[in-house]
Write a protein that binds this ligand. Structure first.
Ligand SMILES: [Zn+2]
Length: 457
């Protein structure tokens, strides 16, 4: 009897494992079946016309890549600048570019569905329309002028990413042989906008300013003083020049390290920690399923002096450019912004739409009242310091950054901000590695790209 009972228990247990396993498989089948079917190693699906693959196009219908099933290979845009500028969005046939549509959205190009699988209900491939504007991407690529870096522009009301550039890049129509350790191609397969983090430099003062505005009473009516040098903890924080007497607005416009180092020390590490989390920087964003890199910080490193460095965007701060762009969008948009998207829609090759991608909003990244204050401070940065003449016709608010980097002899130039323009509600981020001065170098790239973006739409 005892033997039978123990056998029953074993059988029951095995049955339970079987049911649980089937359950897990079924769930995974529905959730991941699309990527299983599109897995690039399933070559038999791609050849012999089993699987039809549509085209990858930009928002205006300009063809970026078209699968030629007779030759069994992808054909790209005839414009070499566009091929290089859109490489990290479009992808490459070997799947080395992890964020490329060819690999990431292969299921959407084939019209996969859970009922009939890889052989779609309606025959033929699907055209995948990206939100990108290829001409704006081309302008951004040219404006980077051979520098490594990234440019992102997106509509903070709809979420459409209009421009996504990552450099170094290469021509997918004739891929180069890349030797290990070749500096010209360092990180070439990485999408710097979505998948990397960098020292933010003074662009981080936006977060320190947010924390100061909300946690230090009367901070807006204070007058600060800068002698060009201040000792905080065991660290000497310097400015390029003695800024003299300053209000908070003026300190942000002239990017005074002394004032923002002191504000960070006054606000404290736990408050800064709270504000980077609230700003969404430490979260990963899902851009149509592509997860962005999380920003990271250590505000407890190096005592009060270390905290001061963190508050001015050095120290252990590492920020994802896309997250910074979305934060700029939230400042312009009253505290929340649309989540960035790279897919516009899919359609039959005859043009009939087969899907819609709806707008989703972020959580509140910044208190609406603080957002309004910061937006006007960023607008003041342009009118009082960067120069409106450098951004003709654009109602732009921005913050520059010049970040010291371990990887480069010269500084990394940053520029992030937004347009206050109902027809063109764009937020942007520009990073020019080894570019030098933030507002001069990255600001110039931003102007070129934004002029192209406004003209395009
Ligand atoms: Zn100063």
């Amino acid at each position: 009897m005892k033997k039978i009972t123990s056998r029953t228990i074993v059988c029951f247990f095995l049955a339970l494992v079987l049911v649980a396993g089937t359950g897990i498989f079924t769930i995974k089948f529905f959730m991941e079946g699309d990527s299983w079917s599109a897995f690039s190693a399933n070559r038999h699906l791609y050849t012999n016309n089993v699987l039809n693959t549509g085209r990858i196009l930009d928002e205006k219908g300009q063809v970026l890549a078209d699968y030629d099933s007779s030759e069994n290979k992808w054909k790209y845009s005839s414009n070499a600048y566009i091929r290089k500028a859109t490489l990290h969005a479009v992808g490459d046939s070997t799947g080395m570019i992890g964020t490329g549509a060819m690999t990431r959205f292969a299921d959407k190009l084939t019209g996969y569905n859970v009922i009939t699988g890889a052989k779609p209900i309606f025959p033929g491939g699907r055209d995948l329309y990206l939100t990108l504007n290829a001409d704006v991407c081309q302008a951004a690529y040219k404006a980077l002028n051979g520098h490594k870096g990234t440019v992102g522009v997106y509509n903070y009301k709809t979420g459409e990413i209009i421009c996504m550039i990552s450099s170094p890049t290469y021509d997918p129509a004739s891929p180069p042989t890349i030797e290990d350790g070749d500096e010209n191609y360092e990180g070439v397969y990485i999408n710097r906008l979505l998948s990397a983090t960098f020292i933010p430099g003074s662009t981080f003062k936006l977060i320190t300013a947010t924390a100061a505005l909300e946690s230090i009473e009367g901070v807006e009516s204070r007058t600060f003083h800068c002698d060009g040098k201040v000792t905080i903890g065991d660290q000497v924080i310097t400015c390029s020049t003695a800024h003299g007497d300053l209000t908070l607005d003026q300190a942000l416009a002239s990017s005074c390290n002394g004032v923002f180092g002191q504000l960070a020390a006054e606000v404290g590490s736990s408050q800064l920690d709270k504000y980077v989390k609230k700003a969404g920087l430490t979260d990963s964003l899902s851009v149509n399923g592509i997860n962005t890199a999380k920003s990271s910080f250590d505000f407890n490193f190096g005592g009060e002096g270390g905290l001061a460095w963190s508050g001015i965007g050095q120290g252990k701060d590492l920020v994802n450019p896309c997250a910074l762009m979305v934060y700029s969008g939230a400042i312009a948009n009253g505290g929340t912004a649309a989540k960035p998207q790279i897919i516009s829609h899919t359609a039959f090759t005859e043009g009939v739409r087969t899907s819609l991608y709806l707008r989703h909003s972020t959580k509140e990244l910044i208190n609406p009242e603080t957002a309004a204050k910061l937006a006007s401070m960023m607008r003041n940065n342009v009118t009082s310091n960067y120069g409106q003449r450098n951004f003709p016709g654009l109602s732009i608010g921005a913050k520059s950054g010049t970040a010291q980097s371990d990887n480069s002899d010269s500084d990394n130039a940053w520029f992030t901000g937004f347009l206050q323009d109902n027809d063109h509600p764009y937020a942007f981020v520009v990073l020019v590695e080894g570019g030098g001065s933030g507002s001069k170098v990255a600001g110039k790239v931003a102007n070129t790209v934004l002029q192209a973006a406004v003209k395009a739409n």
